[in-house]
Design a protein around this ligand. Structure first.
Ligand SMILES: *[C@@H]1O[C@H](CO)[C@@H](O)[C@H](O)[C@H]1NC(C)=O
Ligand SMILES: *[C@@H]1O[C@H](CO)[C@@H](O)[C@H](O)[C@H]1NC(C)=O
Ligand SMILES: *[C@@H]1O[C@H](CO)[C@@H](O)[C@H](O)[C@H]1NC(C)=O
Ligand SMILES: *[C@@H]1O[C@H](CO)[C@@H](O)[C@H](O)[C@H]1NC(C)=O
Ligand SMILES: *[C@@H]1O[C@H](CO)[C@@H](O)[C@H](O)[C@H]1NC(C)=O
Ligand SMILES: *[C@@H]1O[C@H](CO)[C@@H](O)[C@H](O)[C@H]1NC(C)=O
Ligand SMILES: *[C@@H]1O[C@H](CO)[C@@H](O)[C@H](O)[C@H]1NC(C)=O
Ligand SMILES: *[C@@H]1O[C@H](CO)[C@@H](O)[C@H](O)[C@H]1NC(C)=O
Ligand SMILES: *[C@@H]1O[C@H](CO)[C@@H](O)[C@H](O)[C@H]1NC(C)=O
Ligand SMILES: *[C@@H]1O[C@H](CO)[C@@H](O)[C@H](O)[C@H]1NC(C)=O
Ligand SMILES: *[C@@H]1O[C@H](CO)[C@@H](O)[C@H](O)[C@H]1NC(C)=O
Length: 485
């Protein structure tokens, strides 16, 4: 619209240059008034329609052979009526259609308050523009579920845990999408009760899908989860695209954005995430329970994200990683105004491994610490873990890393029991914001730098030229770790 109006102005200018120059001010005022009235008229047309119709409401596409409207099941989008039964009835209808290609549940504009409900296979949940699913605040209406087998306990309390607002187990072919409608967990009441220690069980995630395959989440906004926002657990083929995840960057404890946990074949792309804990945290179970369960997170591609995490990190691996984490690529990611950009966290007792990880084309924009590996993240489910179960960390590549306003670009804190092996740095140049000492920190680190990087690497790393010729062997026993800044 701006382009069109602007070109009109150019034509006017061309036709009557004399008028423009002699009555420039008057002309400009008239033009602005004309433009403003045209703009207001068009806006009203879009919002209310010429005859009071809401002509701007985008029709919801048919993505399954059958589609239902939540209102067909008695749903009321007034923000106060409870819609749990409407969701359950609609999803029960869709469950009957699996063999016929499944069904779609349209959630029209409005605020649809609900207690937790279960999805079914071969279903599409479609959130219209202006549709919000609102999680009910009363925890008595949130069902309890047994701990996840690879955790042995709820993450915050032993014993059962609250299920998620939108939940699924043993499903296939589930789509959650829309015209940027919202799923809102009404987290503030949960965060408050958590801080006041009023909750007896671990808080529930916003969307949690267990033991399922072919899960697609796209084109929606998720906001203010009580706990982790999207938690795919022991799933195969998970695609999360063009999703916005929001929670306050302070005071919203454990509101991780997306936590793929013991999942195989995951793509997370084109998302904006700004939350109160990790933007993304790749996990695979906790200590002896995760070791016994033995399901790694593997084949995960994370790309084209903008992430902010003022409390934790943009993209993390761990700290629960006892089933192993491998073949992870994180690329084209910008982390801004955050505490840490990329973090690997683990501890003695975890067992498992973190192997074959590549970070490529990462931009740090005002972060305290760029890359950090922490091997003493000592949170355990109970006293039954094996303190000698040391995780293996190796084959980690950092390629094409840039940024500005970083205090400590690299902090690699390995230990004699948990050394960091076979790290590679290449094409790395990060603008620093602090004194030039202790800005590339290492202990128990082995690996190499190819070509020149900024800031200068720690002495532990071998130096190679661009052609791959060894220039200097690293002194692996040097230690420089400084948490003071
Ligand atoms: C859903 O039902 C409501 C109320 O009957 C109606 O206003 C809306 O247009 C319907 N939406 C669709 C997509 O059918
Ligand atoms: C939702 O699914 C879980 C796991 O299958 C089950 O325990 C629970 O009863 C279901 N809830 C409802 C309301 O059907
Ligand atoms: C992302 O989602 C928004 C609505 O949420 C949509 O307008 C836009 O076209 C989507 N972009 C892509 C690339 O799918
Ligand atoms: C979707 O909605 C969120 C929250 O209202 C907004 O921040 C985001 O920009 C929207 N996304 C698109 C693609 O319009
Ligand atoms: C937690 O347990 C205590 C003691 O049994 C009980 O009084 C309280 O209502 C419970 N709180 C919640 C939120 O379930
Ligand atoms: C997201 O929305 C855009 C615009 O409506 C659509 O073209 C695209 O197919 C949607 N993407 C997915 C993955 O649903
Ligand atoms: C690693 O993961 C990517 C997806 O990110 C996949 O295409 C590739 O086949 C995987 N490689 C191996 C060796 O499994
Ligand atoms: C690197 O990532 C940025 C976004 O962070 C993107 O704009 C750019 O195209 C990427 N470069 C390459 C070579 O993929
Ligand atoms: C990591 O890559 C190496 C070298 O390609 C391979 O031998 C090893 O099996 C991989 N590790 C895992 C856990 O996939
Ligand atoms: C060490 O890392 C390099 C670069 O990723 C890889 O090519 C090589 O296979 C790794 N070495 C071992 C022993 O896994
Ligand atoms: C590190 O190792 C080198 C050679 O292996 C040795 O000369 C040096 O004393 C060691 N330094 C420390 C601090 O242990």
């Amino acid at each position: 619209m701006f382009g069109r109006i602007y070109s009109h102005r150019l034509e006017w200018k061309r036709c009557i240059p004399a008028l423009v120059s002699s009555h420039r001010t008057l002309f400009t005022v008239l033009w602005i008034m004309g433009f403003a009235s045209l703009f207001i008229w068009q806006r009203n047309l879009l919002v209310d329609g010429l005859w009071g119709l809401r002509v701007n409401e985008k029709p919801m596409p048919m993505l399954r052979p059958f589609a239902f409207n939540l209102t067909d099941f008695g749903g009321k989008g007034d923000g106060v009526t409870e819609n749990t039964k409407a969701f359950e009835k609609a999803i029960m209808e869709i469950a009957k259609l699996g063999k016929k290609g499944g069904g779609q549940l349209n959630v029209p504009p409005g605020d649809w308050l609900t207690a937790p409900f279960n999805l079914t296979s071969h279903m599409t949940l479609f959130l219209a523009e202006g549709a919000t699913i609102l999680g009910i605040e009363d925890e008595a209406l949130w069902p309890l579920m047994p701990p996840l087998p690879s955790y042995g306990a709820g993450r915050e309390h032993a014993g059962p845990r609250y299920g998620s607002l939108i939940h699924g187990q043993h499903l296939k072919d589930v789509v959650i999408t829309g015209h940027n409608g919202t799923i809102n967990g009404q987290g503030p009441s949960w965060w408050k009760k958590y801080k006041q220690k009023l909750l007896n069980y671990t808080r529930g995630p916003l969307v949690q899908i267990l033991w399922s395959s072919d899960i697609h989440i796209s084109n929606i906004t998720l906001r203010d989860s009580p706990f982790w926002t999207i938690h795919p657990y022991d799933c195969k083929n998970v695609f999360i695209t063009n999703v916005t995840i929001l929670a306050p960057v302070f005071g919203a404890p454990n509101t991780d954005g997306i936590d793929p946990d013991s999942c195989d074949n995951v793509v997370i792309e084109d998302c904006y995430i700004s939350v109160g804990d990790d933007g993304i945290a790749i996990k695979s179970g906790w200590d002896q329970y995760g070791v016994a369960y033995g399901r790694p997170s593997t084949n995960i591609l994370i790309r084209n994200l903008v992430v902010r995490s003022t409390v934790s990190a943009g993209v993390s691996i761990g700290s629960e990683m006892s089933g192993g984490v491998s073949n992870i690529t994180v690329e084209n990611v910008v982390v801004w105004s955050s505490r840490r950009a990329m973090r690997i966290k683990t501890a003695a007792g975890r067992g498992g491994y973190i192997q074959n990880i590549t970070y490529r084309n990462i931009t740090f924009d005002n972060v305290r610490v760029g890359f950090v590996v922490k091997t003493d993240y000592n949170e355990h489910p109970d006293a039954g873990y094996d303190p000698k179960a040391y995780p293996i960390l190796s084959n980690i590549n950092f390629i094409n890393i840039h940024g500005q306003g970083v205090r400590v670009p690299v902090r690699l804190h390995g230990s004699p029991e948990i050394p960091l092996r076979n790290l590679t740095f290449r094409d790395f140049s990060v603008g620093i914001s602090y004194k030039k000492k202790h800005i590339f920190q290492c202990s128990s680190v082995q690996g190499r730098v190819i070509g020149s990087i900024f800031p200068a690497p720690c002495e532990n790393l071998d130096l190679y030229d661009e052609q791959g010729n060894l220039i200097k062997r690293g002194a692996q026993n040097v230690t420089d770790i400084d948490y003071d800044f």
